[in-house]
Every structure is written in C-alpha cells, then in structure tokens.
Design a protein around this ligand. Structure first.
Ligand SMILES: Cc1cc2nc3c(=O)[nH]c(=O)nc-3n(C[C@H](O)[C@H](O)[C@H](O)COP(=O)(O)O)c2cc1C
Length: 208
C-alpha cells in the first residue's frame, strides 16, 4: 500500500522515521505475535549461519514484517524488542531491495523508501552467494560505543526468528561500508555496522 507524498512529507516534518526524505511508503502487515514456535532452548540449539540460498524463494510481506519486528520492532511495553544503552534507540535498520533502499520505521510499522538505488552489490563484492539471498538488512548507528552491541542484539533476534520459521540467515561484516554509508545517506556521525541476509536455504551449508 502506498501513501501519498503529502503524508510522507508530513511524517518527515514531524520527525517520524529516518532523517531522509522518503519518496514512497510501504505499510507492513501487523506481525503475528501469537504464533507457536519451538522452545527458546530448541532455537538456540539449532541456530546456525547459512550461505547457500534458493534465489527463487522470496520472502513475503508478513514474514518481512516479522523479521523487522524481531530485529527492532516496538513491543507491548512500548519498548524495542532489544535493549539499548540509556534507551537511546538510535540504531537504524534498512532493507536493501532491487528497487531501492528502505528505512524501517518501527513506530509506524512501515518501510520508507530513501533511494531508488540498488545497493545490494555493495554487500556482495567479496562473497557472491549473498546475491542469491532475497532479503538484505543493514544495521547502522550513531553510537560508536554501544552501536555494535545493539546490532548484535538485533541480529541474534533475527537468527532466532529465522530458525523458528525455517529461514536461512547469516550476519556479515564483509561489506563496503563507505559505499553503503553514501547510499544510505547517513550523516557524518552515523556508520554502517553489519549486513544480514535472510532467505531460504537451498542446500546444506558447507562454507565455514
Ligand atoms: C560480527 C560478525 C561478522 C561476520 N561476518 C561474516 C561475513 O562477512 N561473511 C560470512 O559469510 N559470515 C560472517 N559471519 C558469520 C560467521 O562466520 C559465523 O557466525 C561463524 O562461522 C559461526 O557459524 P554459525 O553462525 O553457524 O555458528 C560473521 C559473524 C559475526 C558475528
């Protein structure tokens, strides 16, 4: 669902979302918080990184919503799904797609397009398997002290959700952070931390 440019500009004026001028908004379905999952101990026992993706199998919007909510959504206590130092909540989560770069606005449960650029290539120069994964998350921060901790909490949540849903994922640091910084239109005090691919496994993971 797309809102008008007017509502987008209004949101930007009110300070909702990224410090960018979103040109397009995609409302996400509400995450289903009542679904049955394996026990936490079982998820921890089976979590792993996967690097061979089935490029024909895409992630639907419901699953995308739940992945993003797991990473950094708002929970019923009005808190994030992860703890943040001093409750600063200054991490940002972006989704890279072929049609552009999207900012995850958790308060509005929506994606806000910040660029038409296909930036996926900036994550894949050193590991081409990445190009087969249908979903690419980028975690950024302006907190040089705690930002990495926040990203770690978020990507572990995604690992657990992915394991529960039979999805494949891997967290990755081998990315072009400078190119991504520019593509994501980050401010000088912000930086790219890590990239996480999510999709469906094609075969047994063999790369370690
Ligand atoms: C901070 C961090 C950066 C990583 N960067 C990469 C990466 O660039 N490429 C990759 O294929 N795996 C990357 N990994 C995944 C690790 O290689 C993986 O977690 C490790 O081999 C253990 O495997 P497991 O996750 O299945 O337990 C990274 C993991 C972490 C925590």
């Amino acid at each position: 669902m797309k809102k008008t440019i007017f509502s987008t500009l209004l949101a930007a004026t009110l300070g909702i979302g990224a410090s960018v001028n979103a040109a397009e908004i995609k409302k996400l379905p509400q995450p289903d918080l009542s679904q049955a999952t394996p026990s936490l101990m079982e998820l921890l026992n089976t979590r792993q990184s996967t690097r061979i993706y089935d490029k024909e199998k895409k992630i639907d919007d419901q699953t995308l919503s739940e992945i993003l909510w797991s990473a950094y959504g708002m929970n019923k206590n009005g808190k994030r799904t992860i703890a943040t130092a001093r409750n600063e909540q200054n991490m940002k989560v972006f989704v890279l797609q072929e049609d552009g770069i999207w900012f995850y606005n958790a308060n509005e449960n929506q994606l806000e397009k910040i660029s038409d650029e296909n930036a996926i290539g900036y994550t894949a120069e050193q590991q081409k398997y990445v190009l087969d994964a249908p979903l690419h998350l980028i975690f950024t921060s302006s907190d040089s002290h705690w930002g990495h901790d926040h990203a770690g909490s978020a990507y572990q949540n995604v690992y657990l959700y992915a394991t529960a849903k039979g999805l494949a994922t891997v967290i990755r640091g081998l990315i072009d952070v400078n190119a991504l910084h520019k593509a994501l239109k980050l401010n000088d005090n912000e930086f790219v931390i890590v990239h996480q691919t999510v999709g469906y496994a094609k075969d047994t993971d063999s790369e370690k």
